[in-house]
Structures are given as structure tokens and as C-alpha cells.
Design a protein around this ligand. Structure first.
Ligand code: AP5
Length: 220
């Protein structure tokens, strides 16, 4: 069981890049944010536990996160390759992930840190729209749907995430700033951190990451 991680602030483009990598490779996309939103929508106990934290832009407790991630990994094959998006968020989660992967003879191979200036992050989050039916992500100016408010892929209605309000966005960015440096240090020490300019066009960021993955694959 091997893994790569997309690490970056809210709005850095983790979900957008993950969609592209998923189509170009055999990585299984695991987004803790998407899993939590699905649990909230379905009224599952884990969703009820997470909801109030998410609404305030705070991190959901590590034990809740590890429960959903471990369950997800147990569904997969032993030789599966995972791409985590929005996980781990704390050093504790990173340590627990290493333990789980180690138990399956696996490891984290690369951690891509998407670097994006704060003003760009705020602009991206305030303009983000998501399809209610299929989850496709758009931006009202940067990556607009062909018809305003309607998903290109499934014609579902587009909505604004409840945590994309100004107050919650500012708190999410603050929480990220506080939690991330220790996580970056952790992966830097392990020699798996790759810094990527996430402020470029999504195609360029995608190409940079895929090139690292191909080089690593060819030399393994
Ligand atoms: P989560 O869903 O993970 O949110 P996040 O990390 O805040 O990240 P986002 O989904 O907001 O942004 P993104 O980087 O995926 O950007 P996107 O591709 O959408 O988590 C939500 C909440 O759940 C957390 O606050 C927390 O409460 C909880 N949670 C989740 N995981 C947790 C964990 N491990 N531990 C504890 N709590 C956890 O792009 C953003 C916008 O920009 C879009 O409109 C997109 O179209 C546009 N865009 C993307 N790329 C580009 C580009 N290159 N150029 C122009 N526009 C772009």
C-alpha cells in the first residue's frame, strides 16, 4: 500500500488537481473533506460529530478522521496506491497514517505542497461553486461552467459550500497556518516533500506533479 499526499491551504487546488491525477493514473483519491461532507449529508454519526467543527472552519478531531480513513483503507487491496487530499492535517494524523501504511508494508512516497499566495486563495474560495449532484468543482471566473449555475458534466445545480463564507474562510486559513509548519517539517525530514507552485494554471501544476510521479516510477 503506497501513498502520495496533496498538502495545501484551503483553496490551493488539492481537489481540482486530484481529479486530474486520478484520470491520468491509477491512484485512488481519498478526500477527507468529501468523506465528511457525505457523512453529514447522510446524517451518519460521524457526520454529526464533524458538522459543528466544519461549520466553524476548525479541524475535526484526529480520532474521527482516523476512523474514516482506516475504514476506507480496509476496503482497498493490499497493493493499492492512494492519493490523500486534505489528509493528514496534523502531525498526529501523519504519524497514525505512517503506522497504518507500515502495517501493510507501505509508505508515503511523495507529499506535494501546493504553494499559493493568500489573496489568490481567498479569491478562489469565494468564487468556488460545486455541483450538488456529482461534486464537480468550478470557479465563477477562473474555471466557469458553460451555463452559469449548471454543471457541465451532469447538468446538476451548482452551490456555494457553507464553509466558503468570508468568516469561515479566514478561520480555515488561520487554522492551516497554525497546523502546517510542523507537518511540513515532518515530511521534509523524511525527504518526501515536493514544493509545487499551485498558483499557475491547473494544467501546469498537474503536469509538474505527473512529471515527478513518472520520474519516480521509471527509476523504481
Ligand atoms: P476540505 O474539504 O479538505 O477543505 P480544504 O482543505 O479547506 O480545501 P478545499 O476543499 O477548500 O480546497 P482545495 O484545495 O481542494 O481547492 P479546490 O480544488 O476546491 O475540508 C473541509 C473541512 O473538513 C475542514 O475545514 C475541516 O473542518 C474538515 N477536515 C477535512 N479533512 C480533515 C482532516 N484531515 N483533519 C481534520 N479536519 C478535516 O479549488 C478551490 C477553487 O479554486 C475552485 O473554485 C477551483 O475551481 C479553483 N481553482 C483550483 N485550481 C485552480 C487554478 N490552478 N487556477 C484557478 N482556479 C483554480
Amino acid at each position: 500500500m503506497k501513498a502520495i499526499i496533496l498538502l495545501g491551504a484551503p483553496g490551493a487546488g488539492k481537489g481540482t488537481i486530484a481529479e486530474g491525477i486520478k484520470s491520468a493514473t491509477d491512484y485512488i483519491h481519498v478526500s477527507t473533506g468529501d468523506m465528511l461532507r457525505a457523512a453529514v449529508k447522510a446524517g451518519r454519526p460521524v457526520g454529526l460529530e464533524a458538522k459543528s467543527f466544519m461549520e466553524k472552519g476548525e479541524l475535526v478531531p484526529d480520532n474521527v478522521i482516523m476512523k474514516i480513513v482506516t475504514e476506507r483503507l480496509e476496503e482497498g487491496k493490499a497493493d493499492a496506491r492512494y492519493m490523500f487530499d486534505g489528509f493528514p492535517r496534523t502531525t498526529e494524523q501523519a504519524l497514525m497514517l505512517d503506522e497504518v501504511l507500515d502495517g501493510h508494508g507501505g509508505r508515503v512516497e511523495h507529499v506535494f505542497l501546493l504553494d499559493v499566495p493568500r489573496d489568490v486563495l481567498v479569491d478562489r474560495l469565494s468564487g468556488r461553486r460545486v455541483c450538488k449532484s456529482c461534486g464537480a468543482v468550478y470557479h465563477i471566473r477562473n474555471i466557469p461552467s458553460k451555463v452559469a449555475g449548471v454543471c457541465d458534466l451532469c447538468k446538476g445545480p451548482l452551490y456555494q459550500r457553507s464553509d466558503d463564507t468570508e468568516e469561515t474562510v479566514l478561520n480555515r486559513l488561520e487554522v492551516f497556518k497554525k497546523q502546517t509548519q510542523s507537518l511540513i517539517d515532518y515530511y521534509e525530514k523524511k525527504n518526501v516533500l515536493v514544493r509545487v507552485d499551485g498558483s499557475k494554471k491547473k494544467e501546469d501544476t498537474h503536469a509538474e506533479i505527473v512529471s515527478v510521479l513518472r520520474t519516480a516510477f521509471c527509476s523504481s
